[in-house]
Design a protein around this ligand. Sequence first.
Ligand SMILES: Nc1ncnc2c1ncn2[C@@H]1O[C@H](COP(=O)(O)OP(=O)(O)O)[C@@H](O)[C@H]1O
Ligand SMILES: [Mg+2]
Length: 414
Amino acid sequence: MAIETINTTNGNGLHQHNSGVLPSISVKSLWKVFGNNPERALEEPYRSQSRAEVQQELGLVTALRDVSFDVSPGETFVVMGLSGSGKSTLVRCLIRLIRATAGEIIVDGEDVTQFDSKELREFRRSKMAMVFQNFGLLPHKNVLDNAAYGLEVKGVNKDERYSIAQEMLEKVGLTGWENASQRELSGGMQQRVGLARALAMDPSILLMDEPFSGLDPLIRRQMREELSDLQDEIQKTIIFITHDLDEAISIGDRIAIMRDGEIIQLGTPKEIITEPANDFVREFTQGIPKAKVMEISNIVSDPDVICFETESRETLRAKMDHARSDYAVGLSHDTNYLGMISREQLDAPGGSGVEGFHEMLDTTNSPVLPNITLQEALPLCSDDDFPLAVVDESNNFIGVATQRDLLKVVASDM
Ligand SMILES: Nc1ncnc2c1ncn2[C@@H]1O[C@H](COP(=O)(O)OP(=O)(O)O)[C@@H](O)[C@H]1O
Ligand SMILES: [Mg+2]
């Protein structure tokens, strides 16, 4: 079987601010083989054979096959793949519920695969916490005690652990439910308790193995949004496992797609959708609209006419005539975006000078930031002739996005 090239580019620079910063987790050539004498699968010729071939010849299951990736601090890293692709095996190796057959897992400069039991205990108490799909709550404990459970095991006294647990329950929206028992909680609420329990340990890394898979689709989408909001606040390194591409796209900074124990593509949601590494990924991503991941910066263009507030109506009219344009972008002398000017406004009677200029401005549509997705941008387009103005965080004008260019991408999705 040919081994696919892995795309590890960091295309749109999403994490470029972290370049030079040590990764939070660095996984190097990780292998996990199940069965007797698993090391045999790492020797040639088996090493270069596919999972199916190794299984047939040696009776061994290669659940992870030479997996390597880095996760930056604060990144939400999604691992996605069909059932059996090795996702759970990967997270179980990371937190060392099982031992990898070969490879390194470097967390904060230390190799997790080399930890003795004392180091491992310390590691799980301080650096890494896991949220499971089946919630993992203790049925005889109430919500508060469940949220405080990790701290209790760690030996934290009652007052302190309750106070921390309380704070975490507030973060996940469960204030008022402290005394409830598991029976009284919906699935979504139980998962929130599981999350509060993990957060109470204040780990730098959160592992989440299909945490929302057992929930109804509606609740699931809601939990996903809540997690994104929460992550904006807590900025943990999150490794999130899912078999749902839609979920991966919504929450992942980067996504690793696994198949038969290998990462077959690693990239930003946009890269995965717009540059699938092979037919397998392409098929996977077919249902996902490009408009959902492409940012408006991808279609930004220069406007036909720019007019500064210090310029006269005559100058503006000449510019618009010359460009045969129906609108102009109005800017302050220091290139801050002010508004759009239509031909009608220009021809309507009005004052002169800066004041007259400001009378002409149409400010109905707010400008947008370059990183909003086309899907988010589309409803902001009005039916008048104005494009959307794109500005940076200090309102400096960058360019425009026309409704036509937006619709072209949307249409290509259909
Ligand atoms: N304890 C085990 N013994 C033998 N094979 C296993 C064991 N755990 C997982 N596997 C196999 O490893 C492969 C990957 O499993 P898993 O990591 O659970 O996949 P996923 O989480 O992506 O569904 C599967 O083929 C599975 O049957
Ligand atoms: Mg699994």
